[in-house]
Every structure is written in structure tokens, then in C-alpha cells.
Design a protein around this ligand. Structure first.
Ligand SMILES: NC(=O)c1ccc[n+]([C@@H]2O[C@H](COP(=O)([O-])OP(=O)(O)OC[C@H]3O[C@@H](n4cnc5c(N)ncnc54)[C@H](O)[C@@H]3O)[C@@H](O)[C@H]2O)c1
Ligand SMILES: O=C(O)[C@H](O)CO
Length: 328
């Protein structure tokens, strides 16, 4: 008898056909809530899950007694209780690498857009306010040659730093859980404490994963250390930043501008002041959102679940201890 998969994110026809060749698939291309009765009924029989952007809680796992593996269509796995999954012998897989360059492009887009005030000035033209040459009050600041401070220098952090160092001649400072000697050699990057980075960088760019150690890593104290002329970029997860402190620091002019792809609550609540601030470029979590990259991410998830439920090691497992249990 075929194993059963619940897919709760849009997959293309080829990906669905691939899954249906090996499994019985319950497909929800636009799941609005984990309380959907049809989803819960499918979950009760599922051996595998494929999807993203759904908070998987221990209570939800209790409703999936046959679950063996989950393939997330994301590299970040803060939506999953990893230790609990391992305890239950459920394998979690993610999608590293295939989204690195696209997410780095979005990070650099935020650097450029904030520094050169692209959104604010495009709106100025759109409103018909461009009546004479703009003056200094609307000038931006240079990107090339400025110091880029990377909070996290993993796959995406390195790809942003590479763009900065090699494309824009930017000196790179970084704070990271471990030293990165190869990147120091390649990019001339220098590792330092977070406080030194905040005090010295012209651009502070956050790319650490959300975890118990990084939740609210950047708050009022950290914003106060930044230069008044500096620009803050967050392309990782909203909860790495204390958003109320971010709003207060922007209002008080503690630094110049912010480029944000991620927020404490997503979608951003309607009463958030952030999108209305001229100094803020706010994007709707589009780091990896290109046709090519989202297709590659979904394909990676399809391959991961196919391998895992077929008893073979998946391409990118997160909790390898659970893989050892599953493959016993
Ligand atoms: N905005 C988006 O659409 C989007 C897209 C992809 C990924 N992301 C986010 O980006 C994150 C990073 O992805 P990645 O592939 O580069 O991951 P990665 O694991 O390659 O890199 C993360 C780096 O952060 C470092 N780190 C962890 N904790 C730290 C701490 N407390 N202080 C300093 N450094 C620390 C790690 O050592 C590692 O080098 C993901 O977890 C995800 O949350 C966002
Ligand atoms: O973690 C990720 O892969 C991105 O945030 C896309 O969801």
C-alpha cells in the first residue's frame, strides 16, 4: 500500500505527478488554517508532510500519529519543534543552498533601495511632485566603499558579503557563531564582537537564523550603538529584532533607515507604522520569491520526502538523529 503525503503548499504539475507516482497525495494548494477539517483528516493518516509557513506544534503532531518525515519548503526551520520531532523519531528536511543567491539578491536590493531612497523617490515621481531638480534633502548615500557589517556569515550572509566586497569594494565586518577563515581570505572579512560591528558599520545586515539564542538579539541597546548615518537590514526573521525598539529608534533618528523583508508578525498588521515611514523599505517576505528559486525549493522538498519515505537518506535533513531512527 502506498504511503500517504499531505502537501500544503502549491506544487507544480510535474512535482505533483512525481509525488503521485510513489504516494497517495492529499493536496491543499491554499491552506488557510491548520484547523481546516479536511487537512486534519488527511493529517491523521499522513506519513509525510510537504509545505511551509505553518507553525507545527506538539499538539498538531499529536493529530498525526503515523508521521515519519516533514519536508519544509524553506531553509529556516523556526516553525518546527526540532527536539520534539527528534524525540518522536520524525525526520525534518529543509531547502538550503537552492535559495542562497536569490535571498542574497534581495538583501542587496534592500541595501541599494534604502541607501539611494529608491522607493521614497519613485513615489515622489509617481505623485507628480518632481517639479524641479531635487536638492540635498533628497540625496541618498553611497553604497560602494562603505563598511558592511554582517550579523551572521552563513550561506546567505556570505553571499551578501561577496556581493558587497567583490562588487562594491565594501570592507566586511562580521559577527558569527564560528570564525570563517576561508571567507576572511576570500573577502578580507574581519570577525569582531557584535557591539564593535554595530558601532563601526555603515550597513548592519542580519542573516542569523531565529533560535532561542538569537530571539531579540537586536534591541534598544544595540540600535543605540549604531551610527546615526547607518542603515539596518533584516533578511532573516522578524523575531531576531525587537520591533518596538526598532520603531522607537527610527522615530528618534538613532540610525538613518531600515530595509526589512521580515517582521515579528507576518503579514504585517495593518496598524504597523513601519510601511508608512519614509525611512523604511518594507517587503512582504520575498527573500526567495522568484519563479526559479521557489520552483527549486519545492523540488528539493519533493525529492527530500521521496527519499526519506523510501528509506534513503534525504538531500538536506535537519535532525539527522531522527534520520538514524527512521533508517533503522
Ligand atoms: N527573508 C527570506 O525570505 C529568507 C530566505 C531564506 C532564509 N532566510 C533566513 O535566513 C536564515 C539564514 O539562512 P542560511 O542559509 O544563511 O543559514 P546558515 O545556517 O548557513 O547561516 C546562519 C549563520 O548564522 C550563524 N549564527 C547562528 N547563531 C548565531 C548567533 N547567535 N550569533 C552569530 N551568528 C550566529 C551560524 O553560525 C551560521 O553561520 C534562515 O535561517 C532563515 O531564517 C530568510
Ligand atoms: O526560510 C526560508 O526559506 C524563507 O524564509 C522562505 O520561507
Amino acid at each position: 500500500m502506498k504511503k500517504r503525503i499531505v502537501a500544503f503548499r502549491r506544487l507544480n504539475d510535474d512535482q505533483l505527478d512525481q509525488l503521485r507516482g510513489d504516494f497517495h497525495v492529499d493536496y491543499f494548494d491554499n491552506l488557510e488554517s491548520a484547523d481546516d477539517p479536511a487537512f486534519l483528516a488527511a493529517l491523521a493518516k499522513a506519513h509525510g508532510l510537504v509545505g511551509a509557513s505553518l507553525k507545527i506544534t506538539p499538539a498538531l503532531l499529536d493529530k498525526a500519529p503515523h508521521l515519519e518525515a516533514i519536508a519544509s519548503i524553506s531553509v529556516g526551520y523556526d516553525n518546527y519543534p526540532v527536539e520534539e520531532l527528534t524525540r518522536r523519531g520524525i525526520l525534518l528536511c529543509n531547502t538550503p543552498d537552492v535559495l542562497t543567491e536569490t535571498t542574497a539578491d534581495t538583501g542587496f536590493l534592500l541595501i541599494m533601495a534604502t541607501a539611494r531612497r529608491a522607493v521614497e523617490l519613485a513615489d515622489f515621481v509617481k505623485r507628480g511632485d518632481w517639479q524641479s531638480s531635487i536638492g540635498e534633502a533628497q540625496f541618498g548615500s553611497d553604497v560602494h566603499g562603505k563598511t558592511l557589517g554582517m550579523v551572521g556569515l552563513g550561506r546567505i550572509g556570505a553571499a551578501i558579503a561577496r556581493r558587497g566586497a567583490l562588487g562594491f569594494g565594501m570592507p566586511i565586518l562580521y559577527s558569527n557563531a564560528s570564525p570563517k577563515p576561508a571567507l576572511e581570505k576570500e573577502l578580507g572579512a574581519r570577525r569582531c564582537e557584535l557591539d564593535e560591528l554595530l558601532e563601526a558599520a555603515d550597513f548592519v545586515c542580519v542573516t542569523v537564523p531565529l533560535s532561542a539564542q538569537t530571539e531579540r538579539l537586536i534591541g534598544a541597546r544595540e540600535f543605540a550603538l549604531m551610527r546615526q548615518s547607518a542603515i539596518f537590514i533584516n533578511i532573516s526573521r522578524g523575531k531576531v529584532v525587537d520591533e518596538a525598539a526598532l520603531i522607537a529608534a527610527l522615530e528618534q533618528g538613532e540610525f538613518r533607515a531600515a530595509g526589512l523583508d521580515v517582521f515579528e508578525q507576518e503579514p504585517l498588521p495593518k496598524d504597523s507604522p513601519l510601511p508608512q515611514m519614509a525611512k523604511v523599505v518594507a517587503l512582504p517576505h520575498i527573500g526567495s520569491a522568484t519563479v526559479e528559486t521557489r520552483t527549486a525549493m519545492a523540488q528539493r522538498a519533493v525529492d527530500n520526502i521521496t527519499l526519506a519515505l523510501g528509506g534513503q537518506r534525504p538531500i538536506s535533513p535537519v535532525n539527522t538523529d531522527a534520520w538514524a531512527t527512521l533508517s533503522d
